[in-house]
Ligand binder design. Structure first.
Ligand code: NAP
Length: 317
């Protein structure tokens, strides 16, 4: 594969990096950490025996274990890459093994709930710098990961107020080494922004694909056959991991419900425009949204190529 990430670092950001949960995100981090020399020693910790043996076969880590407490021992950075709902119990399990000065981070798609779940288990003298790489695909598991997943994608850090600036700077350096652009904000603001840009679109996709599957007047084979008419892009999003997305909605309830309320009002306005033949309202709305698409392309967060320029390995979730 071409080295689009640039050359490996001469000095690793971390001496010993422990990744908990070697699915899409955790295994992508292991791959990029190895390729870019972001860590000297990589420890892979996963609850699943199947995942652990696959991680060993793929040689994604130097040490592979199912024991969280033991796995995090002597790590100078631990990154939780498990579903949002599992973060509290994993944090509790790792507590006893953490070394002084270690940095604890995560990759969860929700931040307020993760801070609430994990912070109580962070010992004195250990730093907590939550993170969310805004990058992904609808695939899961260690085989789905790839080292360029985070390249040119945003990673949002939500460090608690007063967090050690050096710990934040090292976490930033790690993500920049993985090819990401890094921004900092509060957990609450993160959850509001992501509710509209990621969580609500996923809910809409899950809903529309479910509705199409339940239709009686249109057969399922017709839905699949004529899916190019817009539906196909929803099916990709609606194929995303059920555990991950169940946890996202359960853990970002308030922000998602707020955005869903606004969405429903705006949908009613469009419904009204269709009912009363208000072509001008529809045309103006669609013109405004087309401009938003153009600005996303202009800042390089997607391609203008037909079919969204989608390549088999182009993470963008
Ligand atoms: P994934 O592919 O399903 O991987 C999760 C891994 O964690 C699996 O190997 C799972 O094992 C393991 N695991 C679950 N509970 C565990 C526990 N208690 N202890 C140790 N290992 C455990 O999921 P993913 O897509 O990488 O998502 C992981 C995190 O990244 C989530 O918090 C998600 O919100 C966040 N994220 C995902 C995306 C995305 O597009 N997928 C994007 C940004 C952030 P089993 O398979 O046996 O359950």
């Amino acid at each position: 594969m071409p080295d689009r990430l640039g050359p490996p670092l001469t000095t690793p950001v971390f001496d010993r990096l422990a990744l908990i949960g070697l699915g899409l995100i955790g295994s992508s981090l292991a791959r990029v950490a190895r390729q870019k020399n972001l860590a000297r020693h990589i420890v892979a910790i996963d609850a699943s025996e199947d995942v652990r043996s696959r991680v060993s076969e793929l040689k994604l880590a130097d040490t592979v274990t199912g024991d969280v407490t033991d796995g995090v021992r002597n790590a100078d950075c631990v990154i939780l890459c498990v579903p949002v709902g599992a973060c509290g119990s994993v944090a509790e399990a790792m507590q006893a093994g953490l070394k002084q000065g270690a940095i604890i981070s995560d990759v969860g798609s929700v931040k307020g709930s993760i801070v609430a779940q994990v912070e109580p288990y962070i010992p004195e003298g250990v730093h907590f710098v939550p993170a969310h790489p805004v990058a992904g695909t609808e695939q899961s598991g260690p085989d789905a990961g790839f080292p360029t997943l985070f390249l040119n994608r945003w990673c949002i850090l939500t460090p608690p107020e007063g967090q050690d600036p050096q710990a934040v700077a090292r976490t930033r350096a790690f993500w920049e080494g993985a090819g990401s652009m890094v921004e900092e904000m509060s957990p609450a603001h993160h959850d509001l922004v992501l509710a509209i840009t990621s969580h609500l679109p996923h809910l809409i996709a899950y809903n529309i694909v479910g509705t199409a599957a339940d239709l009686e007047a249109v057969t399922q084979s017709e839905v699949i056959k004529f899916s190019a008419g817009g539906f196909r892009d929803f099916t990709r999003i609606a194929a995303s991991d059920p555990t991950m997305w169940r946890d996202v909605f359960l853990n970002n309830k308030d922000a998602v419900l707020e955005m869903l309320g606004r969405f429903t009002e705006d949908l009613s306005a469009l419904q009204r425009a269709i009912r009363y033949g208000d072509g001008e309202a529809l045309f103006n709305h669609f013109t405004r949204t087309r401009a938003i698409r153009r600005s996303i392309i202009e800042i390089g967060q997607d391609s203008a190529a037909p079919d969204f320029g989608r390549q088999p390995k182009n993470g963008n979730q």
